[in-house]
Ligand binder design. Structure first.
Ligand code: CU
Length: 499
């Protein structure tokens, strides 16, 4: 049995090693002005195809997803990499549904092991949500059908078999799920998929010398989750995107296993966040940097309308170049408009709260726990009454049962600690299945403006307490968990039943 203290010392040493290995922040690499040389060593950003309705005769969206093995060439040369994907070798097609439509999906397991398919961010009943209680075996088909009744949003889907989620997602199983509605459409936002409405599944990978994906080879991978040194977007290594002189919408999905990305443009331009996990914000949020934890999504608008032919804008994180955008023509400006009012979001109303619950997240690696317990598929941790509104208070206590390390690290979540690699490496993105919630407090203060819309995943920094207001409108058995997938797999998860 490793003592907490020893574990702490070991993990601290490993963390320092890891920090030293971070790529330097040299962002001054000058690109040649010539557009062709700019993109010659880059790869065109892959855009996942939109799923076609297999039965256009009825009003439902009928789709089939096959979880399968494949081979993917990330680098153009060398051996292709063994990967997993839906209906292809890596990631899956994008599902686009209308609010009010029924989504009818057949999911076929062509893997060698159990899997599930979780609709992350979707408000559905427990047995349709695809959490760890609803695995299906190799060769089996899971058929599910539900009405989509929630605002326009960028959601996603990925497998969730307990103990194997991290590996399956890392190998490539994930896809984008777009919900559209009249409110979103009437705003005249960029919605030409793949042209000015760009899905971006951002991930980091590690490759072996022979080109295979490497998973969980260092102790650090288990402590802080699997982080890579090669960024990919939609499975594209070193991607570029050609854009026109217009407003472009990016649907950003942090599909990494464990890395928190601070996203910004190399030229420090401002952009506008228009949506969080569960849909549009009430107003665009103007910013230069956006933090996205594993599982979180954001939609942003970037203005290329005043750009000229050959202009470029490079989206990056502190560690990586993420996407190089290149303005590819000098034609007239197509769109430069940003609607000031996006949607009505009901004010937070705590008068209907019937219950408060506390969730204490602690530990790293194999020591992770919530309220001192690790996940058990056969245990129900919380019982919730249908349609009840509750406040869930999530606390990141770092170490179970006390102040171990506390004197040194307390306050890291505040004091600008957000930018510190250590604070971020020990933060936990908390995700609740089957609901969209509202963040009402971050360490006693109102949350930042871009966290005041609908959320299903919220990052909780070391020693922080985050309160969320949530109404449970769907019946069934669900889970809540840390979205660092290795923490999730090692037991930083609990189950709740709504009835
Ligand atoms: Cu975690």
């Amino acid at each position: 049995m490793i003592s907490q203290k020893k574990l702490f010392v070991v993990s601290l040493a490993a963390l320092i090693t890891w920090m030293a290995l971070l790529p330097s922040l040299d962002v001054t690499a000058a690109f040649a002005r010539d557009a062709s040389s700019f993109i010659s060593e880059k790869n065109a950003l892959k855009i996942p195809p939109l799923m076609k309705d297999e039965d256009p005769g009825n009003s439902a969206m009928d789709i089939t997803l096959r979880a399968m093995k494949g081979k993917t060439s990330f680098f153009g040369t060398g051996n292709p990499t063994q990967t997993l994907g839906y209906n292809g070798s890596y990631l899956g097609p994008t599902i686009k549904v209308e609010r009010g439509q029924t989504l009818h999906a057949k999911v076929i397991n062509e893997l060698d092991e159990d899997t599930t398919l979780h609709w992350h961010g979707m408000e559905v009943e427990g047995h349709k949500d695809g959490g760890p209680h609803y695995t299906f075996a190799p060769g089996e088909t899971w058929e599910v059908s539900f009405p989509v009744d929630q605002p326009a949003a960028t959601l996603w889907f990925h497998p969730h078999p307990h103990g194997r989620t991290g590996k399956q997602v890392y190998m490539g199983l994930a896809g984008v799920l777009i919900v559209e509605d009249d409110i979103s459409r009437n705003l005249d936002l960029p919605d030409n998929y793949g042209k000015n409405d760009i899905p971006m599944v951002i991930q980091d990978k590690r490759f072996s010398r022979n080109g295979e994906l490497v998973y969980l080879t260092h102790m650090m991978d288990r402590m802080h989750g699997m982080m890579g040194d090669v960024p990919v977007v939609n499975g594209t290594y070193n991607p570029y995107l050609e854009v026109e002189r217009e407003m472009v919408r990016f649907r950003l999905i942090n599909g990494s296993n464990a890395r928190v990305f601070d996203l910004f443009f190399e030229d420090d331009r401002t952009f506008w966040q228009i949506a969080s996990d569960g849909g549009l914000l009430s107003n665009p949020f103007q910013t230069r940097v956006l933090t996205l934890a594993p599982g979180e999504r954001a939609e942003i608008l970037v203005d290329f309308s005043t750009s000229q032919y050959g202009d470029r804008a490079v989206l990056r994180s502190r560690e990586f170049e993420i996407l190089a955008c290149l303005v590819n023509n000098n034609e007239e400006i197509k769109r430069s408009f940003i609607p000031w009012e996006l949607t009505q979001i009901e004010p937070v109303d705590t008068s209907r709260v019937v219950r408060n619950r506390t969730f204490i997240l602690s530990g790293m690696g194999p020591m992770v726990s919530i309220n001192g317990r690790q996940f058990d598929l056969d245990r129900i941790d919380e019982m919730v009454k249908l349609n009840d509104t509750e406040i869930w208070e999530i606390r990141n206590e770092m170490f179970q049962g006390g102040p171990m390390g506390g004197n040194m690290m307390r306050g890291m979540g505040r004091m600008g600690g957000r930018r510190m690699p250590m604070a971020r490496a020990m933060a936990h993105p908390f995700h609740i299945h089957g609901v969209q919630f509202r963040v009402i407090e971050r360490d006693g203060s109102a949350p930042p403006i871009n966290e005041r819309g609908w959320k299903d995943t919220v990052l909780v920094y070391p020693y922080e307490t985050v309160k969320v207001l949530v109404q449970f409108q769907k019946k069934g058995k669900f889970v809540y968990h840390c979205h660092i997938l290795e923490h999730d797999d090692m037991g930083m998860m609990g189950s709740f039943v709504v009835e």
